[in-house]
Design a protein around this ligand. Structure first.
Ligand code: G3P
Length: 216
């Protein structure tokens, strides 16, 4: 399973990248706005900076909602850097745009996915990645990880090549459960990635080894 970081924060991207296990970055308008990125030039420059930092796929989301505008915007985003993956919402125009990008050799990430039906449509359109939102489903009393397992099963049976990119990850257990359920990628906040390191027995064991080392 690949690890992406889900942030537009450069400090956090660097910290995750320094771990040596980072395969890419996802962003969305909320995450970009949180970093105070404003205006077209700043947005494009920020994506370029992320592309220069990380060796992997970098998702940049379109802000328009009609097919023509999505295609025009996606072409500009894709021209920033070969690592750019155009992130497109799961709508009728979005599916048409994903098909257009697929036919024109531009990678896509279909976002705001909450059902298996949406997953089938995105795969038919040739999406490179599919982003089911795990945490937001859990928030509404639906099991987000169950959706990952259902989509993984459908994609395996049908031979779809679209990669399942589990998004809206909220904690380390989500990552483990998504790995078990067959996600190809998990995009996570830095805290959830670092949370995987934690176990008190590791800390206790290391303290004992270091103490005993003094007696050697
Ligand atoms: O990038 C989309 C996604 O990961 C959003 O997460 O926590 O806002 O539901 P969240």
């Amino acid at each position: 399973m690949k690890f992406f970081i889900d942030t537009a924060n450069l400090v956090q991207i660097k910290e995750a990248n320094d771990l040596g296990i980072l395969d890419g970055v996802t962003t969305n308008p909320t995450l970009m706005a949180r970093e105070g990125i404003k205006g077209n030039d700043e947005i494009l420059n920020h994506y370029k900076t992320i592309c220069e930092l990380v060796d992997g796929d970098i998702s940049a989301e379109v802000l328009s909602i009609t097919f023509d505008e999505m295609v025009a915007e996606g072409k500009i985003l894709a021209a920033i850097h070969p690592k750019i993956v155009v992130k497109v919402p799961m709508t009728k125009d979005g599916i048409m745009a994903i098909k257009w990008f697929t036919d024109n050799g531009i990678k896509t990430n279909c976002t705001l996915v909450f059902s298996a039906g949406q997953a089938i449509l995105a795969a038919k359109a040739g999406a490179t990645y599919l982003s089911p939102f795990i945490g937001r489903l859990d928030d509404t009393n639906w099991d987000g990880v169950d959706l990952i397992a259902q989509i993984a099963n459908i994609y395996a049976i049908q031979g779809f090549k679209t990669e399942i990119l589990a998004a809206s990850i909220r904690n380390p257990l989500h990552i483990i459960k998504c790995a078990e359920a067959g996600a190809n990628v998990c995009t996570c906040p830095l805290d959830s990635i670092l949370g995987l390191l934690k176990n008190p027995l590791t800390d206790i064991g290391l303290a004992k080894f270091l103490d005993d080392a003094k007696k050697m």
